[in-house]
Design a protein around this ligand. Sequence first.
Ligand code: ADP
Length: 725
Amino acid sequence: MTQHQQEMTEITPTTRAIPVEQVRRWMQASAAWLALQESERLFPALVNSFVEIAPTLHAAILWLMTTGSLQPAKQAGLPLSKPLEEQWKQIKLRSGEGLAGLAWQRDTVIQQHGEHGYRELQGLASPQAQAIFQALSDLLPRSLTVTAAPLRAGNQFIGVLELISTDNNSREIELEDLEMITSIVAAAIRNAQLYDEIRRSHQRLKAFDAVVTSISTAADLPDLVQSVLTVVLELTPARSGALLIFDPAQERLQLSAYRNIAPTALSCFDQIPVDASPCAEVVRYGQPAIRPLLHERGEQTLIAAGITAAAYLPLLAGGTVTGVLALFGDLELTSNIDKDMLMPICNQVGFAIANVRLYEDSQRERRKLHTVVESIAEGVLLCDRHGRLTLANQAAHELLEQDNLSFETPLASIPDLYELRDLDGNPLTPDDLPFTRALRGDTFYDYRLMRRRADGSERFFSFTGAPAVNEQNEIEGAVITFRDITSNQKVQRAKDEFLAVAAHELRSPLAAVRSYADLLLRREQQREGDPRDIHGLTILTQQVAHMLRLVDNLLDVSRLDAGQFDLQYQQTNLVTLAQQVIDQQRPSAGNRELLIESETPELIVACDAVRIRQVLTNLLNNAIKYSPAESVISVRLRHTLLPASNSPAALISVSDQGPGIPPEERERVFQRYYRAPGKRAEGLGLGLYLSREIVQLHGGQIWIESREGQGSTFMVLLPIERLQR
Ligand code: ADP
């Protein structure tokens, strides 16, 4: 407390009114303040009005609350030199410090009067503030009255208006009038502050918009970072800047764009391990760092370039740092930089970088895939779930003899687009197109089709196809590969024709040999001849019988090809038939156990008994051939329904305990001459082919249920009634 504070005037309201002329001027000034929205125009207008309207007022100071303390915002009338003004602006008053701080603390107008200068009247303050008050004291008259009026807008304390008068008994503005005027001042200031806030957020939005636009119009990553940097520099007080991209694989920052700065000054960032760079913590913790430059942080090159402060802002994509935006300037940068504006921008840029990276990665993968697909000699076609082509390699174009395969039209809508036909030359229905099959969920191998060209020549193709499914197991498209098998097909045809002729020619002599061999064997057995002869004749009859079966199979194939495979329908008890086949096969089954299980003693089906016997013989024969000694083979029969029509059907299954058939073989084993690789029992690979043909001619189905290593089950489904075809 100084002695002068005791002279603090207890202001007693008087009834004296302001002269009419002054009222008019105050009203004019108030109207002008309220009309001024920008604080940089309002603040000077405010303080100037006071010294202009009140003749004895020497100076007016506007103190404003900023981050918990009062700071000078503007003054009129103080004869400050530039350097002193700079210092004066740095004063920070806490509650109770200086006259302004006292008015804040007491929340009332305080008036001090004294003869010993400005500093005496200010009371307690920090040494720094005291020093500046002293300097002001030296510039002002000794005899002064200082009034500090708190400014409140609603409940909010926003600052203090300090008025310095040279008239010792200043009653220029009465207390009540002052309160009224300061409340207008406070309202005008609050108004301007709100306006500033709106303007700032508007600027931020505009900045954000500018960055988003520059991101969305950028052609590639270098273009993107360059234009972002340009926009950001326009928006901030920074003089220069750089954009560094973080390479997580190398743990290095890479200088990707820079402006208004020599790249040599940026050598402390580029291509050095991130932990050794000045912005290590920004990359590690994803937090901005805004600080003066330091030698010990390795920022010499920047300091040498005349820079004193930097703002390092992380570019974030979610929680991942994709780079750093570095802005450079002088020390003011540390307080001027608008972090709230820049962080959303940095997030945008961070995501944009991550996206560009993802895009570039996917493009690389695409190119790789493209190279692989193009180098495949087979035709490769991909389609989407609507059957629209999405990829066709060169081989596909060449095989289908198309320069440009259509990527627009769903393939199924134009089955004859590529002139695909079945092997007999019939046009395909849309349902039978490889694409449609795969999109239905079918996986198929060696689906043979033919293309008839305009000149009538034919080309044969083998198609493999599968649906392409997503993680939810939904069909997203289909993959088809195919190759030209025309030459194979021709060889195959020639072979079939040759075999048909050979079989035809062989059958009669073989039949004769079998009759005589049987006759001879029976005779030798009856007369109990030499056991060695009997053994030899037994082998002869067995082998001839086997040869005859092979020849008969070949003849069946040629009959099928010629469409001469007629069925002789008759009511047949499948249970009896199966039992007969089992009994017949028993001698060749060795010590394998053959079982039959039937729901009913009778299972009557209209079928060609000879052909169905052939099918069952073949299945049982295979079961014996491909299963180990002492295993069990079972034949089961039961009633069931046909899946499509629900009409009654018979289901026969033949199960063995052999090696089983892997999934990819389950269709192939039904192909003509197909024999699984590996262990080979005798055979031509025709048994299952003929079995399927026979079953299908009856309107039935044959398929395999098998678990590898756990045996196979061949299922035969036959309609009970003869189907009208
Ligand atoms: P073949 O038996 O004359 O080779 P098939 O058409 O009867 O001809 O059979 C084709 C192929 O299917 C056989 O070569 C064999 O690999 C496989 N196969 C058939 N039946 C079975 C079975 N029960 N267990 C394992 N594999 C079998």
